[in-house]
Design a protein around this ligand. Structure first.
Ligand SMILES: [Zn+2]
Ligand SMILES: [Zn+2]
Length: 173
């Protein structure tokens, strides 16, 4: 296995510019002035990006290793994906919307990005049985996620169907 070198300042600048460009695009389209928010490159593991709110501080985190491996793809998908979470948070509040629900998909459509396949990692492992499950669905089947995964989904992590690769959407019940 070769070692992946995380993206450095030059490419990070491009990612930040792309992030800001989507924020400006949302501001123009929705006639609302979305503030620029901090963009950091400290995500690790299998998650390409994450929108996070902590103590009223909003931030977009990217994984510099995954961006290094698939730079253009992540520029085109992960960046609008995370900005769309931010836009939904400002307009509706994250608590009032489902992860990757219709509000988020509408923003992705506004960005002209296919919202069905925008995460660069897949679900690993089949959940075990002894805990409460949360139903999620894609276009081909349903998944029962653990509470841990469900809570991660609420925080902006997304999970994909292993078959159709679509992002899993929480079921309303
Ligand atoms: Zn997401
Ligand atoms: Zn599927």
């Amino acid at each position: 296995m070769s070692v992946i070198v995380p993206i450095q300042s030059e490419q990070q600048e491009r990612v930040i510019s792309a992030t800001e460009a989507y924020i400006f695009q949302a501001s123009a389209a929705l006639e609302f002035s979305f503030e620029l928010i901090p963009v950091v490159f400290n995500l690790k593991g299998k998650v390409a990006g994450m929108y996070k709110v902590k103590q009223a501080q909003r931030v977009i985190r990217y994984n510099p290793y995954i961006f290094a491996k698939y730079f253009i793809e992540n520029l085109k998908t992960t960046v609008p994906h995370e900005v769309a979470h931010y836009v939904v948070d400002i307009i509706y509040g994250l608590r009032n919307t489902l992860p990757h629900g219709k509000e988020w998909r509408n923003v992705m459509a506004m960005f002209n990005v296919d919202s069905s396949v925008t995460c660069s990692f897949e679900m690993d492992g089949i959940p075990t049985k002894q805990y409460k499950r949360y139903s999620y669905f894609c276009s081909c089947r349903t998944y029962e996620l653990t509470k841990i995964r469900h809570n991660r989904a609420l925080k902006g992590v997304c999970y994909n169907c292993r078959k159709c690769k679509q992002i899993l959407i929480a079921k309303n019940d």
